[in-house]
Design a protein around this ligand. Structure first.
Ligand SMILES: Nc1nc2c(c(=O)[nH]1)N[C@H]1C(S)=C(S)[C@@H](COP(=O)(O)O)O[C@H]1N2
Ligand SMILES: [Mo]
Length: 206
């Protein structure tokens, strides 16, 4: 009897083109880890929504939780499989706020001033979480703790760390990296890394 290889070496069908697997969990951000203060923290959802949210830390962390296992692909070419994220399902939040008919895109806002844009349709997926935990442990500060967004089907720069809010918009607008040469849509399976690769469809609402 032979010992089976680890899942991440066995299953190359789960690794998008141009990506390499890692079992580590690299840390990437444009600046420093921001100071988090639960006493002053607010989580807001505003813009094209019927019922805007403005929650303190205790209120946010009291919302119903779920877990989901997904793969994480960074544009710098590492992929990490089977991340078990724990947090609030984005669909739960979307039900609460009720996007209006005009809602099309979302700007993700973070404590360090980082922003990133995603189509509302990309957030409306069962693997999208407002996460507090990773692989059974509270998120470390360097990985966005205590709270980050996780959008596994897009390159990792769309998963804002130290999440503070979601601005629901009628049109599209580029976030931090999208303004600096990264692809507006960022689908790993299509290798949408850089803005020079963009087509009309991926920028149609800008
Ligand atoms: N707030 C914030 N979120 C961020 C970033 C950042 O600079 N600030 N960097 C992004 C980038 S480029 C990547 S690849 C992932 C990395 O997440 P990790 O450090 O947990 O691996 O976080 C994304 N989220
Ligand atoms: Mo990144």
């Amino acid at each position: 009897m032979s010992i089976p290889p680890p899942a991440d070496r066995r299953d190359s069908s789960r690794v998008p083109p141009g990506q390499t697997l890692t079992r580590k969990f690299p840390v990437l951000h444009f600046s420093h880890v921001p100071a988090f203060d639960a006493a002053t923290y607010r989580f807001r959802v505003w813009g094209c929504v019927e019922r805007p949210l403005d929650l303190g830390w205790a209120e946010l962390t009291a919302l119903p939780r779920t877990e989901d296992v997904s793969d994480f692909h960074c544009v710098t070419t590492w992929s990490r499989l089977d991340n078990r994220w724990g947090g609030i399902a984005m669909r739960t939040l979307l039900e609460r706020v009720g996007p209006t008919p005009a809602a099309r895109h979302v700007m993700v806002h973070c404590l360090d001033g980082y922003t990133t844009n995603v189509p509302l349709a990309a957030l409306d997926d069962r693997d999208v979480l407002v996460a507090f935990e990773h692989d059974g442990q509270p998120l470390t500060a360097e990985h966005g703790g205590p709270v980050r967004l996780v959008v596994p089907k897009l390159y990792a720069w769309k998963s804002g760390k130290w999440l503070t809010g979601l601005e629901v918009m009628p049109r599209d607008k580029r976030g931090f990296w999208e303004e600096r040469g990264y692809h507006n849509r960022a689908l790993p399976w299509a290798e949408e890394r850089y803005s020079w690769q963009e087509d009309a469809e991926s920028t149609k609402d800008l």
